[in-house]
Design a protein around this ligand. Structure first.
Ligand code: PGA
Length: 257
């Protein structure tokens, strides 16, 4: 796994945005896997800027979001559909934008259909991930199968508390979500995980330097041949090899940049 430590979230997200730009220029019909939460906000702001100011064209790009709450009324401001609309989709036109339907009557059928759509699109070229303070990726909570596919999951009390800030009251946070599985995520061509702030430091250390374990779902990235983790200084604070990661980044040969 490649670990890139930057002074702050904005600097990290500019690098990730450049990586996405490179992909989209090479492959105008690329498929992007997108994440929600506070973490990717500077990335989406930078993608909007690249689109507006530098003319980066996403009109051939299809997107798949990782997850969605189950049962939130359509248009609820905390739904991930509304989040994506507000922060990216109303600014940048994509060829298609897929998000699991948390209001589907038949949830298992919706999950299977989501997997089929990803396959029909040719698979995800680059998947963006955040990480929960408990190590979750998507909404794959600790103890999720490392081979899991898109399915319904039950949020832990900790994740519901972490996400309560997006809702009027903590009780309003749904208990259930639809999320891509860890097996689904690992099939992406590249996986880029972002983590910012000291609240993520323990989960990041477990994911990067801890044992591969379903108890830290992000540790599954250790199995991915092209996994990159972008951190700010506080999120990197508990890594034991950060000097090495910095040296590797600062001394990359040109062909690898
Ligand atoms: P956050 O959430 O970006 O809002 O911290 C990350 C996650 O739960 O994956």
């Amino acid at each position: 796994m490649e670990v890139i430590i930057q002074p702050d979230a904005v600097a990290a997200c500019k690098l990730v945005a450049r990586q996405i730009e490179k992909l989209v220029k090479q492959k105008p019909h690329a498929v992007l896997g997108l994440a929600t939460g506070s973490t990717p906000l500077p990335l989406y702001a930078e993608l909007v800027r690249l689109h507006r100011e530098e003319g980066l064209d996403f009109s051939g790009v299809r997107t798949f979001n990782l997850d969605e709450y189950v049962g939130l009324p359509s248009g609820h401001p905390a739904s991930y559909r509304a989040f994506m609309q507000e922060n990216l989709f109303r600014h940048v036109r994509f060829a298609a934008s897929h998000i699991p339907d948390g209001l589907a009557e038949d949830i298992p059928a919706e999950c299977e259909a989501y997997e089929t759509e990803i396959r029909k699109a040719g698979g995800i070229d680059l998947q963006i991930l955040g990480i929960g303070s408990d190590g979750h990726i998507g909404f794959n909570e600790p103890a999720s199968s490392l081979a899991s596919r898109t399915r319904i999951k039950t949020l832990t009390p900790r994740t519901r508390a972490d996400n309560a800030r997006f809702f009027g009251t903590p009780e309003e946070v749904p208990h259930h979500v639809i999320t891509m599985g860890i097996g689904t995520i690992l099939e992406a061509g590249q996986v880029v995980m972002l983590a910012f702030g000291e609240g993520k430091a323990a989960a990041v250390a477990g994911a990067v330097e801890g044992p591969l374990s379903a108890m830290n779902p992000a540790s599954a990235l250790q199995l991915h041949p092209r996994g990159v983790v972008f951190l700010d200084e506080p999120a990197a604070a508990r890594l034991t090899r950060s000097d090495y990661y910095r040296w590797v980044f600062d001394n990359k040969p040109d062909w690898q940049k």
